[in-house]
Design a protein around this ligand. Structure first.
Ligand code: FE2
Length: 312
């Protein structure tokens, strides 16, 4: 844990909280109107660098993963292993590879430092640095501005989007994967490097969150089935013209309404586009769907943002 940075960061949080008072009328109304909000300078450059270095440190473990073959194929018989690996990541720090980084038999064909698509889904619980940034005063302040009564973090991911390898994320709503009602989840997506059209920034469909939840990914009630997770409907087709690119500078946080349709393109540039993201749900008077892939458990408690300290 970098205590010097943490101390600087905590003092900065006071400034940020003061700044957010100016935004009192806008964060919530912008999220309601557009389905996303861009918060510039959410993290300082040095803070982004600390998180980025931590994300890169995690890639050193990628070379030691034994079951990489799980990711190297779309064979049906391996689908249940893939689903199992994913579903059991709720209380772990697990590694998800880019398909182009592996040979068909699961050998790395690129340097481990650029082999990962993402790491998830319990960084906010298990890693002291990610925990510190997740339960920060700044995040608490934004949750208050959003009017959340009992916000809880349910998952976290470090996303690499490496040059040449970082794949496309097709148009989707986060509520497809993480369904709560009547209040949808909110994603915090923090750019740790400049996110540009070239390296695969987010693209948003403004206002699309008002059209409800179009599709759900649910735990398969058939426990014997090959697929542990199933979609309830085919993927909708969205008009390309409805999307607008949202390039942002390093340190910007984009708040993402759970129902807004968004996507990102393949990274065809020579620059990475690292990001740290986590999702917050409202626990007060709100239903968390029991068929979501992600469920609360002893090793994966949905901790209240307001009452959880940054550090143990
Ligand atoms: Fe998303």
């Amino acid at each position: 844990m970098n205590l010097i940075n943490a101390a600087v960061w905590t003092s900065r949080a006071v400034t940020f909280v003061a700044d957010t008072h100016k935004m009192r009328e806008t964060i919530r109304s912008q999220l309601d109107r557009d389905g996303y909000v861009v918060l510039e300078d959410f993290l300082r450059p040095a803070e982004c660098d600390e998180l980025r270095a931590t994300g890169l440190e995690l890639t050193k473990q990628a070379a030691e993963i034994e079951d990489r073959a799980v990711f190297s194929t779309i064979e049906t018989e391996k689908q249940h292993l893939k689903d199992k690996y994913f579903m059991e990541s709720n209380d772990k720090i697990r590694f998800f590879f880019e398909s182009d980084a592996l040979t068909p038999d699961g050998k790395l064909q690129v340097d481990p430092s650029i082999s990962l698509n993402k790491v998830g889904h319990a960084l906010h619980l298990l890693h002291p640095i990610f925990r510190c940034y997740t339960y920060s005063d700044r995040v608490k302040a934004v949750c208050r501005e959003l009017g959340l009564k009992e916000p809880a973090v349910v998952q976290s991911m470090y996303i690499y989007k490496n040059p040449g390898l970082g794949g496309e994320v097709v148009p989707h709503q986060d509520a497809t994967y993480l369904h709560t009602e009547p209040v949808p989840p909110v994603g915090f997506w923090i750019a740790l490097e400049d996110a540009t059209i070239q390296n695969g920034c987010l693209w948003m469909s403004p206002g699309s969150h008002k059209s409800g939840v179009h599709r759900r990914l649910q735990r398969n009630p058939d426990k014997e089935a090959q697929q542990g997770l199933v979609y309830d409907k085919p993927a909708p087709v969205y008009r390309e013209s409805s999307f607008t690119p949202v390039p942002v500078s390093k340190g910007t946080c984009i708040l993402i309404h759970g129902n807004v349709i968004h996507k990102s393109a393949h990274n065809k540039s020579d620059k990475s586009r690292h990001a740290y993201t986590f999702h917050v749900i409202e626990k007060h008077d709100n239903k968390y769907s029991p068929d979501n892939w992600l469920q609360e458990g002893p090793g994966a408690p949905f901790l209240n943002v307001y009452s959880t300290p940054q550090m143990e």
